[in-house]
Structures are given as C-alpha cells and as structure tokens.
Design a protein around this ligand. Structure first.
Ligand code: FAD
Ligand code: ZN
Length: 477
C-alpha cells in the first residue's frame, strides 16, 4: 500500500519532489529532526508540492489510503510538532517550494503570500514596497508564514502589532479531505458566520494545511530607536513598562526583559558580542526597549530620552544606553535574539513559553524561582522574554557541568508540573507562543478547562474525521 501511495505521490508532484528514507543516498534528517534535536522521527516520505492544487492532490491521496500527514514549514518549531513520529508511516508535507509573494495591495495595506515563504523574505518584500510587515522573531531567517500561522507565532513586536493571528486577514487552506478553501479575503470586517480562519491559525497542522495567507501591512515608521536599560529588579521592570506605555503610547513597539544568567550565556558562547551591563550586580535584569516614530528620528530620540530621564528619577532604571544608529540597534537586538542559541550551546534545557498577567509576573517569578531552587539543587534559570506581552521564556537548565540529557530524563516532568501549576495559580497560560505540539500534548488536559478540551476534540473530529492531520499533536488522543 505504501509503495502504491509513493508511486502516486511521485506522479502528482514529480519524482524528484518525493524523498524516501530508502532512496539511494537519502538523508532526511532536515525534515525528521526537530530544531532543538530533542527528537528524531522517521518519515514514510517527504513530499514537496509546488502549488495549492498539488497540495490538495497529495492530501486526497493520503486521505484515500488513511495516511497521516505532518505539515512542515521551516521546521523551527519548538514543540516537536513538525516532524513525523517514529513509525515510518507518516508523510511530511513540506511547503518549502511554495514561496511566492502573490500580490501586494498598497491601498488595502495587504500582502498575499504562499505558506512556504520565509518570514524574512516577506519582511524584505514588504519593505521594498514601502511597508512594514511587523512579525519578527529570532527564527525569521528560516521559519515560514505557514508555520507562523500554524503556531500563531508571537515574537518581539506583538506589543504594538499583535501576533500572527492579528496580522492575518484571510487564509487559503487545503482541508483534511483535500478540498481547497479560498478564504483569501483582504477584508477587515466580515461577519458572515463562524470564523474559520481563526480555527486554522494556531491549530499546528492538526485541522488542515495552510497554503497561502492575506496579511496586514503597516506604514514603515520614520524612525526606530532602541535602548538597553539596566533595571534593579523585576517589579521595577514592570514599572518601567507602565511608564513606557504612558510616555510613548503606540510608539512603544518592543519591550524585552533578560535576566543576567541568560545574558551570561550569550557572553560565554558568543564572546564576539558586546553585552551591555553584563555581570552588573546592580542590574539583575536588563530591558530592551524599542520606540517607533512616524514623525522623525529627532522626535523619537527626544521622547525616548524623556522617558529614560523619568525612569532614572523614579528608580526603575539604574543605567541605560540608547543606540546611536541602526547598526548599534541591530547589535542590541542581536544580543537578545542570541539567547535561545546560546542556551542551545549550553546544552539541552527545559523550555517554557508561559504567559501571565504582567502585574503578576514579579510575584510569580519570586515564588517559582524559590520553589525550583529548593526542589533541584543547583538548577539554573534562564529567564527572559517579551515582558510587554506578559510572555516569559522561563527556561530551566541543568546544574553547571551536569549531564543535560540525564537531567531532562530525571526532572523534566517534575519541573513542568511545578511551573505549570504555578502558572495556573497565577492565572496564566502554559503556552503563549510555541504551541502544544507533541511536547505538551499530555499535559494539556490537566491545564485546559474540560469544556474547552471537549469542544476542541469535537472540532478536530468534525474537520478531520479520519484523524490524519498531524495526529497526536495538540490533542494526544
Ligand atoms: P514548523 O516548525 O515547520 O511547524 C510548526 C507547526 O506548524 C507544526 O505543528 C506544523 O505541523 C505546523 N505547520 C507548519 N506549516 C504549516 C502549514 N502550512 N499549514 C498548517 N500547519 C503548518 N515562536 C514565537 O512565537 N515567538 C518567538 O519569538 C520565537 N522565537 C524562536 C526563536 C528560535 C531561535 C527558534 C528556533 C524558534 C522560535 N519560535 C518562536 C518558534 C516558532 O514557533 C517558529 O520559529 C515558527 O513560527 C514556526 O515556523 P516554521 O515554518 O518553522 O514551522
Ligand atoms: Zn518568544
């Protein structure tokens, strides 16, 4: 049966676009292993269609044979949701050849793009047309629009522009039975029934395959200024955020927090980068702020400096640097964005992408830091994230010099339970960005209300009755 299906797939998309593990010289590691190298699956085949019609034909063929499909974009997801399981029976449907920017509509402020388009390429295409596509994350050189929408990605500009969901006006989707739904409207208002678009966004490939999207564009700001501030404590970082909201209004486009240990990993593994206030005992946290201005750079700088002055006076900032030019701003952002990579260099770790009401973050961290320290001797906390959105990457690293894989094996479940219980107690969510994938699928039922979970299961059954779309992801059963 599987040989028959592979023949059929080769006929549909062309023989060179169906890769199988037993092809001579075949190496499918790029599609079978997750970004963090936490897991490696085995694919029946990797299929690389070039058009929506080909995606539909592939899905139809898989549906007819009851074969599971794992949609894959850039394979940068952090929840082990984009690789096949180990059974050798799942087809990886890679959108990598569908990269076209189909249309830019300057009057409607929209762009229509295929799902396999790399985020950075879309940002550049928008800029060349005189617009800003604001979604921005450290994986932007490899992640794709389909994956961004599949995971409802967030990143560093959510505070001002929203996450992938809020940037999306319409989708084109191949359903689990191989039909094409053309919902590529550029409409900002459409109240004609249930919002199907929002069902597919964040569904992590479990309901259908996103093949294209119509997304919002924004005017390019006249100036973007970046500052790096040393803050004496987490409550003061929250106070600085409040102040920045009040003084900069919609100009505040980024507000990232970074603990000193997270920065020390960048210092250790990327010694070529200059990390401001590294090791400064008076600055247990640093904050990266971005101010975008539609008027002029001078105006932006004036407002930024006024903000920092008030912040010094009120004691929420002990020291700060404002980037003098774009190159310096890029360097500061580069330090922030290097944290996940530095952490990966340090070794496997337990990642959390939690969200909490901003007001409760200091109390959450104080309690949870202490709980973790008393539960596992020497445990190291890599705490950083998008404080402006209430989203922390509250990551747990093995004690120095320890065997990271053994640490994960022994402690991962316990650490996750401890952190997620705390998140729940403080009114937060166990995943603000990366999604559930297979990593958190077993935990989800403990933290999602039973009624919500039952509705999700019904939606899954209605849209994918054969359970072929990325099975076992998000919903474990
Ligand atoms: P993949 O990894 O290929 O897939 C992710 C999920 O989406 C899978 O479940 C997959 O089945 C599904 N999917 C992929 N394509 C489609 C499609 N066309 N239709 C339907 N489903 C699909 N995330 C954030 O939100 N914010 C961050 O700041 C952030 N920073 C990151 C930094 C680094 C260094 C890395 C490695 C990752 C980061 N991520 C972040 C994780 C983030 O989820 C991904 O980078 C990105 O959104 C996934 O895109 P992708 O194309 O790689 O998707
Ligand atoms: Zn993030």
């Amino acid at each position: 049966m599987s040989t028959e299906l592979i023949q059929q797939l080769r006929h549909l998309v062309g023989p060179s676009h169906v890769l199988c593990p037993d092809d001579p010289g075949s190496d499918l590691i790029a599609w079978e292993q997750d970004w963090r190298r936490r897991a490696r699956g085995r694919a029946l085949a990797v299929v690389r269609p070039a058009t929506t019609a080909e995606v539909a034909a592939v899905v139809k063929a898989c549906a007819a044979s009851g074969t599971a499909i794992v949609p894959q974009g850039g394979n940068t997801g952090l929840a082990v949701g984009s690789i096949p399981d180990g059974s050798g029976t799942q087809v990886v449907l890679s959108l990598g050849r569908m990269q076209a920017v189909r249309q830019i509509d300057p009057d409607n402020l929209t762009v229509t793009v295929e799902a396999g388009c790399i985020l950075q390429n879309l940002q550049q295409a928008a800029e060349q047309a005189g617009f800003l596509f604001p979604l921005s994350l450290a994986a932007e050189g490899s992640c794709t629009i389909g994956g961004n929408l599949g995971t409802n990605a967030g990143g560093t500009q959510v505070l001002r522009y929203g996450n992938a969901r809020e940037l999306c006006l319409g989708l084109e989707v191949v359903t689990a039975d191989g039909e094409v739904w053309d919902g590529l409207s550029g409409l900002r208002k459409d109240n004609t029934g249930y919002d199907l678009r929002d069902l597919f966004i964040g569904s992590e490939g479990t309901l259908g395959v996103i093949t294209a999207a119509t997304l919002k564009l924004h005017p390019l700001p006249a100036a973007r200024l970046t500052a790096w501030a040393a803050v004496p404590s987490l409550p003061q970082a929250v106070a600085l955020l409040g102040l920045a909201h009040r003084q900069l209004g919609a100009g505040l486009t980024g507000f990232e927090v970074m603990g000193q240990f997270a920065l020390s990993l960048v210092g250790r593994h990327m010694p070529q980068l200059r990390v401001p206030f590294l090791g400064d005992a008076a600055a247990p946290y640093c904050v990266l702020l971005e101010n975008s201005d539609n008027e002029s750079e001078a105006h932006a700088r004036e407002r930024f400096e006024a903000l920092l002055e008030t912040a010094f006076e009120q004691g929420c900032v002990s020291d700060a640097v404002v980037a003098e030019n774009i190159a310096q701003a890029r360097q500061l952002w580069h330090v922030r964005e290097s944290i996940p990579l530095a952490q990966a260099e340090e070794g496997l770790n337990i990642k959390h992408d939690i969200s909490l009401p901003v007001s409760r973050i200091p109390a959450f961290c104080e309690e949870t830091d202490a709980l973790l320290a008393s539960t596992i001797l020497g445990v190291r906390l890599v705490n950083f994230g998008h404080l402006g959105d209430g989203n922390l990457h509250y990551n747990v690293q093995a004690p120095a010099g320890g065997d990271a894989r053994a640490f994960l094996h022994e402690h991962e479940d316990r650490v996750n339970t401890l952190v997620y219980d705390q998140v729940t107690r403080f009114g937060g969510s166990i995943s603000a960005e990366h999604g559930i994938g297979s990593l958190k699928a077993a935990k989800l039922p403990h933290y999602k209300p039973a009624v919500a979970l039952a509705l999700m299961r019904r939606i899954k059954r209605a849209l994918d009755p054969q359970q072929i779309m990325n099975p076992g992801r998000v919903l474990a059963d």
